[in-house]
Design a protein around this ligand. Sequence first.
Ligand code: ADP
Length: 547
Amino acid sequence: MFEGDSKRPLLERLSPRTRMGLSQFPLTMILVCLALAAPAAWPGLLGEGLFQAALLIHALLFLLCWIVPWERLPPVATLSIPLGDMVAIVLSRNGALDYLPGLGILLIFPVIWLAASGRFPTSTVLASFLVPLGMGLVPLLRAPAEATATQLTSTVLLALMLLAVASAVRFVTATMALQQRKLERKDTDLRRLLESSERRESLLKTILDTIDVGVSAVDTTGSVTLRNHQQEIFDRTGVSGDHLAVDGPGAPLYGQDRKTRLPADKVPVVRATKGETFADYLVWIGDGAGARALSTAARAVNDEAGDFAGAVVASNDVTSLVEAITAKDEVIATVSHELRTPLTSVLGNLEFALSEKDPEVSAHYVEIAHRNAERLMELVADLLLSSSAAMTVHPRETDIAGLIDSVVGSVAPQAAAAGIEIKTDVPAPLWTHTDPLRMSQVLDNLLSNAIKYTSTGGMVAVRARTEGGQLRLDVRDTGVGMSPPDAARVFDRFFRTSSARTSAIPGTGLGLSIAKAIVEGHHGRISCVSAPGKGSTFSVSLPHIAS
Ligand code: ADP
């Protein structure tokens, strides 16, 4: 049996046959008792043909209750039993008229059964009056001379009484059915309401889980009562820190300057649990390179009575946005600085030239101004290139060995002047699918740098190979080198190591960022391995080697 079965009412758990058998049982029992008592109490009763026929019908009906598969028949078929009972009772009453004239009262059983069934209400009520009336009148009409007023009265009274019983049962059953229908309607409404609220809840959850903003609901003590998918990710990766757990052991929180520890009363969730409503409140979480910027917002939640019941806190990871804004500010500051230096020199030297009487000295000032103007021009060209290089790559079949040869040739005088030896280890030809103009720029930058940052007597080596379907190009020098953190930043725009900045070596810090953009425009990679005093190696790898 299913677990749920034991919770259903007993009547519902019974099979239709058992129910029919039990409904018939009281009437059958009364008749069995009468039959048993008859030989002693009413000798001759069992000899009455009508009474015998009635007993036989009752026995048959009782048997039918237990053997007919009622569940397979239409419900109305069950009414055949009380109707059969009526027939049997009429027969038994008239068969036992001389012994038990009050036997007709047994009609109360089928009358209740029929009325309670709720089917054919008018016919049922009529039958409950007419059957007892007919049952009493037929014997009286057969011998009208012997009929007494008492017999007539008791016949009518019985008919009226059964009519009253049928009407009362019918009324109670109808009322109960009405109540039942009302309950069922309420049940349906409730179920619909529940379904719609479940649908809304699931929709809300999907919406909350779709957005990449962490959302959590907290109670008045700051304990989390609900959180969305993004918030779960934040919590798992430690981004939520103690802005969610009031006294939690999360990562430290800092203000906008990334340095000042946030006082306890400024922690977003603490502000939220005080009922504060805020938005775009930026906090930094964690230290060093792994620090994240969170833009937080909170709104108070009130209960039905309008009292503060908690808050909803939202946090958005805006680290890349904040870093992009900072980088942009840095670039603008550096560009302004880089442009101002040669511009100041141009203006200053032109002023000197204008006020100078000696044409020779004046020409010298003009020459310096011209040199700085050219540097300015170079700077602007580099700046434009650094932001457009990746987009203007036009690859075609190119012999990279030939390119290396020509670039080495062009920087050779510079290397010779600095007393630096250039070695090449490149198999020729080395066909690649690259933009020759742009790749020459990359090679020129790597080789010029290698010469620029290597002292006299040093060596620069260029090596190129095809490896696993890729071109691998290394430019190694025995120069000043740099620390690994500096090596990791050489491809950033305007980055120059502090030694390069303080030395007299000219440079803008744009060359390598342009080289990187060109290499990436070819879907390749560029990297640098270096150590202070030990020299540097710049490596380029490019896919798409030509056959
Ligand atoms: P620039 O050389 O004009 O300053 P780059 O973008 O070409 O700009 O280089 C950025 C910085 O990287 C240089 O200023 C220098 O500090 C460092 N660097 C580049 N190449 C080398 C190298 N071969 N050896 C040592 N430092 C280098």
